[in-house]
Design a protein around this ligand. Structure first.
Ligand code: GLA
Length: 415
């Protein structure tokens, strides 16, 4: 937040966040019963933190890049800040041999050696596949080889699997059940359950990340079949409109998140594209309010100090990683301002006020924060987590928040 004078003359906002639609048609949810989770949480007790290759390297990622990322995670302090997983996304896969064993391609000469290297740094390593014959980038998928692949991952020492639907839609769902959406969804769920079982059978604790874009209300059934996190939307992009559409659409999903099972609004774009510092801050704050997995996706060796300061803000990370594991939700919206709240362990609370600024309304006029609408009474002593300074929130107080910026406050003893 900037407590400053007037902001530059209101520019005409280029896009209205609500106008940005998702690209994939969402099928309707097939009716299913949610089975409660009873097993002890062995992985992802708090939302997984780490780094993934896709948002920066995409198809170009190599063994060297992953080693470099692991080195940087340690050198920059990311590891000490809690980022543990170094995840290889799509394009590591080679061909299967006559026995069906999958081999890596030439970009990844020795996956076991790479995993050992990452582990030697005190980090964990993740990999990527999908239930279809091909991955999203057209590489070998796991269809028909689920147990074999799971065993292979375990033999390499893999700690995390992102499993991406992609070609399973065309190759299996649409082929086996044309015009029957409900049956298609059952096939999809069975495919995710199959890999879940295969991972479990390895005996290795492997975080299981569903990537099927929130189809069929994933959150309703993913935890019961071993999902530790599940994407809730199509892909994120390094621009504010996409980040805002995804982030603010998570309201209502909070009841599905908890230790061992998290909604995943996709990986972080902090430090990528042309995001302003305010946008990077707001993006990171929103993901923390959402108890989202924090998987950085930036160019670690060339990380600017101000990006480092965002990704490693301990207070904000503590909101994300709060032990209670209660995802935040929308308090209220006032025009262009989104006010979110999150209950934290020990009775504490976080409040985040975002200026989405799609019409520039609050760029020239202060916003008046209602504590009453958040269920709070009287002045609240807190900490502004971006300035690091104490702040007292009072009902109807005037605050000025720049375009796409945020005021994020932790209140230890809310009243
Ligand atoms: C999909 C996923 C992305 C990424 C790519 C890789 O688009 O949603 O996160 O894994 O596939 O091909």
């Amino acid at each position: 937040m900037r407590i400053s004078g007037l902001f530059p003359a209101a520019a005409v906002a280029l896009a209205c966040i609500v106008a940005v639609s998702q690209t994939t048609e969402k099928p309707t949810a097939a009716k299913r019963t949610v089975k409660p989770r009873t097993a002890a949480v062995t992985v992802a007790a708090t939302p997984p933190m780490g780094w993934n290759s896709w948002n920066f390297f995409a198809r170009k990622v190599t063994d060297q890049d992953i080693r470099g990322a692991a080195d940087q995670m340690v050198a920059t302090g990311m590891k000490d800040a809690g980022y543990v997983y170094v995840n290889i996304d799509d394009t590591w896969e080679g061909e299967r041999d006559a026995n069906g064993v999958l081999h890596t391609n030439s970009k990844f000469p020795d996956m076991k050696a790479l995993a050992d290297y990452v582990h030697s740094k005190g980090l964990k390593i993740g990999i990527y596949s999908g239930p279809g014959p091909k991955t999203c980038a057209g590489f070998e998928g796991s269809l028909g080889h689920e147990e074999q692949d799971a065993q292979l991952y375990a033999s390499w020492g893999i700690d995390y699997l992102k499993y991406d639907l992609c070609s399973f839609r065309e190759a299996v769902m649409e082929k086996q059940a044309p015009n029957d959406k409900a049956e298609q969804m059952r096939l999809m769920e069975a495919a995710y359950a199959k890999m879940g079982k295969a991972l479990k059978a390895t005996g290795r604790p492997i975080v299981y990340s569903f990537c099927q874009y929130g189809w069929d209300a994933t959150w309703e059934w993913a935890p019961a079949i071993g999902g530790n996190l599940w994407r809730t939307t199509d892909d994120v992009q390094p621009n504010w409109d996409r980040i805002a559409v995804i982030g603010f659409s998570q309201d209502g999903l909070e009841k599905y998140a908890g230790p061992g099972h998290w909604n995943d609004p996709d990986m972080l774009e902090v430090g990528n594209g042309k995001l302003t510092l305010a946008e990077n801050r707001a993006h990171f704050s929103l993901w923390a309010m959402l108890a989202a997995p924090l998987l950085a996706g930036n160019d670690l060796p060339n990380m600017k100090p101000e990006i480092k300061a965002i990704l490693m803000n301990k207070d904000v990370i503590a909101i994300d990683q709060d032990k209670l594991g209660r995802q935040g939700s929308r308090g209220y919206v006032d025009g262009e301002v989104e006010v979110w709240k999150r209950h934290l362990a020990g009775g504490a609370m976080a409040i985040a006020v975002f200026n989405t600024a799609y019409n520039g309304r609050f760029e020239t006029h202060p916003f008046h924060l209602s504590l009453t609408r958040l269920g709070l009474h009287g002045p609240q002593q807190g900490k502004d987590l971006w300035s690091g300074k104490p702040i007292t929130l009072t009902d109807n107080m005037a605050i000025e928040i720049g375009k796409h910026d945020v005021l994020l406050v932790r209140i230890d003893a809310p009243k």
